[in-house]
Ligand binder design. Sequence first.
Ligand code: ADE
Ligand code: ZN
Length: 327
Amino acid sequence: TSMSEFLARVPKIELHLHLEGSIRPETALALSVKNGVKLPPFQEVKDLYRYETLEEFLAIYTAVSDSVVSADDYRRITYEMLQSCAGSNARYVEFFFSPQVHFPNGISFDTQMDGITAGMADAERDFGIVSRAAPGVNRELGPAAGEELLDMILVRGDQKLIGIGLDFNEAPFPPEPYGPLFARAREAGLNVTAHAGETGPADFVRSSIDSLGVRRIDHGYHVVDDEDLMKRCRDEGILFTVCPSTSAVTSPWHDLSAPDHAIRRMKDFDLKVMINSDDPPMFFTDLGGEYEKAAGPLGFSPADIRTSILTAIEGSWLDEETKKDWT
Ligand code: ADE
Ligand code: ZN
């Protein structure tokens, strides 16, 4: 239909995407064989990507991450991730990666960055896609480990490293202990965002804004449980990077066509939501597929889709000049 064509063609921005969550099943298999790293048992390689909760998902995410070892492995997964984004007509991508998952395997931040920046450059050359990276602080590992990661980011001083995120399991890991780390990152000129309200309560959305100083929330679905907070987020223009396919697995809103689905309610309340793909192959989707789900079961009108894309430009960490050019 013409709607599908419009959704496929419209230029997009991706702001919530995890590098290791973008590893294709065939690539995970090839890297695990090459590097002699064991994957969890599976019948067919696509069956690796089966889970019913965030915890189960994160266990597979970590196991698959372990198969990435050399700088060239990083180059490959970065290139393939951006190739898929370009296939959905994404023009600009801000992506997370999980440096701390790889440290116990002896892989340094510099090795990771060498491969990632090579993959970014190759993808920009081949597909014209522009990208920036944001290491995700693993909230399960505590603030001290996060501070060490921040040191590495600042020492590296790479122009392509434009921010930090906060991810992995929310409960029992609230945002507050990460306040000093996020303050230091902001003072150093990094942009900040945090996963909150995916499996954690509305309070984690509030405390991410208050203690971490973020203006962007990744997921944020549980905001709908707290009407005062919803009003505040609307008044303050907090931006939510929502991910339909992930929400159907990790949040309590499993049915995207339900009238009370959190993403639909956030949109209907006029919160600033933008459509993203999170861990696309791991949830059998891509950015175009997430737009299809928004325009289909989630009930986004063409105007809502347009608003979402303009919101993404505004909420991105592009410089103000470029933002003006793109709107
Ligand atoms: N890392 C990758 N995807 C994630 C998600 N949906 N929630 C928390 N951490 C993640
Ligand atoms: Zn995420």
